[in-house]
Design a protein around this ligand. Structure first.
Ligand code: AMP
Length: 593
């Protein structure tokens, strides 16, 4: 197979990335790698170039379905991966969802199978979850919608075998499924795999996280040896590299650096909130934004109780957790997409791979277990080039994790306040005015209603002697309903909590910085070590030494360096060149009397 060596630059649509930008996925075969700094791609309608997909040599039916989808230009990963896959090469890609990776592998595979007459599947795509399987299968279906007799079947657990078996009996080109169910069908002989010529592992790292390694290897071993292999993974841990080395044959390697997607398109924020105020804080946040929201919580039970609480407040809300049957989950996602539901309360597993463009806000109600989970959660917003917001709830104990998260994602997560009554009431007012104004702009649209409105006005004026101003007031009153329009419940806890938390946080920051000073002053020649004749036997602790020094001298606690307490003496690093008077005071200091 001819190799296209591309070690210079990758055209990212708007800019060229020089050779320096190329970083490695792996130390081997550096010259074959494409590393693309993926700017979040613009929604295609904003692009002017209408022929973006023509260069790949796709047949007309694929181009037609892309036109129907409104895709005009390939995303960076599509630009990089499609030519390689059209050549039949294996491919190792590091890219997250939201980059357009599904089309990157689906389109070349559909192209190859366009006139496929064989009964049994030629392509197998493995995904970690049912949700992703359905989503990938749906993508195949829509990209092949204009290709005659092209069949994609999704097979995953949690649903009846019968439909899957009968679908697999008919002509099928692509099977998309989760490892467990794929194994079952292979074992039962209901999935004929002799004809498979391409295997795609999608979100491979997630499959490993979920413990599918053995199953995946078992499946690979059953498949024909001679096949194209494509492996996509959001991260590249060693296990993935090992699999890639073991099974992929001289793969093209593509890395889409998607860090910018999160930092650029998703405004990442956090609020300090004590555990018992979380629900209240959530309600307040939803006052400002309640259309297209996903709330992530840790347990199934919590999804239900939170959804109930929000429903009681009048929100249109649904739950997505592992206990909800598959077909109901699909229905929920569909209703969310169509706008029948505004808020989804979900657990991590249930929301894997969820791709709903209208999600504007992700609330991390419970702190995510790790960076990957966080990145996945917030990636549910900012889809397809839109912007989004992610709010993380942080309590005192979790502040440490917050800093870790910021470091590992190399992102500054901005602190915001829980909305106070004042902010909420301003927002309510703004919305009311907006609604009334919008309604006045729309009132001419429906001729029938227009006549009705005039009739009602005439009637009110004539029969009830109401003037226009009093009618307008009454109409607004009707919109508001008879509950109190403004929130006036006690919100002092928000201020108190912010103050205590900040104070505590400052205090902690001081302690942290003192500790790190203490750790670092080995290399620091601005300190001098002082020996004091009290130690462990005297029951002395670090805090006692700091307070005695600070109380007896003008030395600031922050400028005290390393403190070592031995049995009968202690060594304390203090700033060099202390004033003589301070030194005298130090000689006299007493600890714990
Ligand atoms: P994926 O990374 O495959 O989950 O795709 C993320 C989103 O981008 C999906 O909603 C796709 O429909 C959309 N998408 C993929 N390729 C393109 C493209 N070339 N132009 C516009 N939208 C796209």
């Amino acid at each position: 197979m001819a190799l296209k060596k591309d070690n210079h630059s990758v055209d990212n649509g708007d800019e060229k990335f020089p050779k320096d930008e190329i970083s490695s996925l792996d130390s081997k075969n550096l010259d074959k790698k494409k590393v693309i700094e993926s700017q979040p791609f613009k929604a295609s309608k904003e692009n002017n170039n209408e022929n973006g997909f023509l260069d790949f040599g796709f047949n007309q039916s694929i181009l037609n379905s892309l036109r129907n989808k409104g895709y005009e230009n390939p995303t960076p990963i599509q630009k990089a991966a499609i030519p390689e896959l059209m050549l039949g090469r294996d491919l190792l890609g590091q890219a997250q969802t939201g980059t357009g990776k599904t089309a990157a592998f689906a389109l070349p595979l559909i192209e190859k199978l366009t006139d496929n007459k064989e009964l049994n599947a030629k392509v197998l795509v493995m995904t970690p979850t049912r949700e992703l399987a359905t989503q990938v299968a749906d993508s195949f279906k829509s990209y092949s919608s204009e290709t005659s007799n092209f069949k994609t079947v999704a097979i995953y657990g949690g649903t009846d075998y019968r439909n899957q078996i009968s679908a697999l009996k008919r002509k099928v080109d692509v099977v998309v499924g989760t490892p467990g169910r794929i194994m079952d069908h292979i074992r039962q002989g209901t999935f004929k795999i002799k004809g498979i010529s391409c295997l795609v592992l999608d979100e491979a790292d997630e499959m490993l996280n979920m413990g599918f390694l053995e199953d995946i290897e078992w499946i690979i071993d059953q498949l024909p040896e001679n096949k194209q292999m494509v492996l996509f993974s959001a991260t590249m841990p060693n296990e993935i590299r090992t699999i890639a080395k073991k099974y992929l044959n001289d793969p093209a390697e593509i890395l889409i650096k998607s860090v910018k997607k999160e930092t650029q398109l998703i405004a990442q924020k956090f609020i300090y909130v004590q555990r018992h105020h979380k629900l209240n804080a959530l309600k307040r946040i939803l006052e400002l934004n309640n259309e297209g929201v996903i709330i992530f919580v840790r347990t199934k039970l919590l999804t239900i109780s939170i959804a109930e609480a929000l429903e009681n407040l009048g929100h249109s809300v649904a739950v997505l957790n592992g206990d909800i049957p598959q077909n109901q989950r699909e229905n929920t996602v569909d209703r969310l997409k169509k706008g029948f539901i505004d808020i989804l309360v979900a657990t991590d597993v249930a929301a894997r791979g969820l791709d709903v463009e209208r999600i504007k806000l992700v609330v991390n109600y419970d702190f995510p277990f790790d960076k990957e989970t966080y990145t996945h959660r917030i990636g549910r917003t900012g889809r397809a080039g839109r912007s989004g917001e992610a709010i993380l709830f942080v309590n005192q104990r979790e502040k440490y994790f917050l800093r870790n998260l910021e470091n590992s994602t190399r992102t500054k997560i901005e602190e915001i306040n829980i909305p106070s009554n004042k902010i909420i009431n301003e927002k309510r007012m703004e919305k009311l005015i907006e609604n009334v104004n919008e309604s006045s702009l729309n009132q001419d649209e429906n001729e029938e209603n227009k006549a009705l409105i005039i009739d009602v006005l005439d009637n009110l004026k004539e029969n009830y002697s109401m003037n226009e101003s009093s009618i307008a007031k009454a109409a607004i009153n009707l919109v508001i309903g008879n509950k109190s329009f403004f929130v006036n419940e006690d919100d002092s806890w928000i201020y108190k909590q912010n103050n205590t938390d900040r104070n505590r946080s400052n205090r902690n920051a001081n302690i942290r910085s003192r500790n790190s000073n203490r750790r670092n002053n080995y290399q620091n020649d601005s300190f001098e070590t002082y020996k004091f004749n009290f130690g462990k036997f005297d029951g002395v602790r670090v805090a006692n030494i700091i307070s005695s020094i600070c109380n007896s001298t003008n030395i600031n606690g922050r400028s005290i360096g390393k403190i070592q307490i031995f049995n009968d003496y202690s060594l304390v690093d203090l700033p060099k060149d202390l004033h003589r008077e301070t030194k005298n005071k130090l000689k006299k200091i007493k600890v714990r009397n």
